[in-house]
Ligand binder design. Sequence first.
Ligand code: SAH
Length: 263
Amino acid sequence: MSEPANTVPAAAENLRIVLVGTQHPGNIGAAARAMKTMGLTKLVLVAPVKVPDGNTHAMAAGADDLIEAAPVHASLQDAVADCRWVLGCTARSRRVQLEELHPRDAAQRAVLATASGPVAIVFGRERTGLENEELQLCHAAVHIPSDPAFSSLNLAAAVQVVSYELRCALLGDAVARPEGMRTAPPGSQAATHAELEGLFGQLAEALEQIDFHKGRAPESAMRKLRRLYLRANLDHADIRLLRGVLADTQRMARLALDAGQHE
Ligand code: SAH
């Protein structure tokens, strides 16, 4: 897919991923790779515990150019001095008195903010994250809504999630959420995979019984029917209703078959 002319690279130039006090050089490489796959190139290091080494390059898997071009600063303050907006990523929700943003919201606002200058997204140390003083240097916090009981992502994994959201925001909403890709409304009882497969299995049986296919291979009709039902965002109750209709259809088909055999 080609990038929409100029807009993606221009805005991406102003998006800066800042890694503070990284302890494992391999994570710097993995973070660079995560960024490059999402079209981001501006990596900045703040006081890494170890300088990039062989592990960094092994994990970068071809994103070495980002590391070679990465400025190294002694403090976060220096690294973000020219930024218009600074976001601090934190594994622990509501730890500081900062506005806390969902990564999607943060990404959309970050991309808009690039119109006025560089925007930094800051990631902390593997063991201890960002210090309170560092978070206080940020304008807002970003928390990936992970399981509160196990909330801390690997540093490069967190960079990947946020970079992905930035890319979706750069490409625009139409790409991030194609029409027809709706999620079930909150609180609805969305059907499970197993429930859907149960419905599809019974539908296939019923179609056989009413001789719907008339000698044609059933696969193509089943593919279309699956797509149709999946588009409908079925919940538990919908599945029960449809399976009830199918059960009656099957009962009638059996009665008709029996009657035919007794004629
Ligand atoms: N034990 C540390 C976790 C560090 S993980 C702590 O509790 O803060 C390394 C970095 O990855 C974090 O500083 C943060 O920038 C990022 N990160 C990890 N999990 C995250 C999450 N759920 N949301 C946002 N950022 C996260």
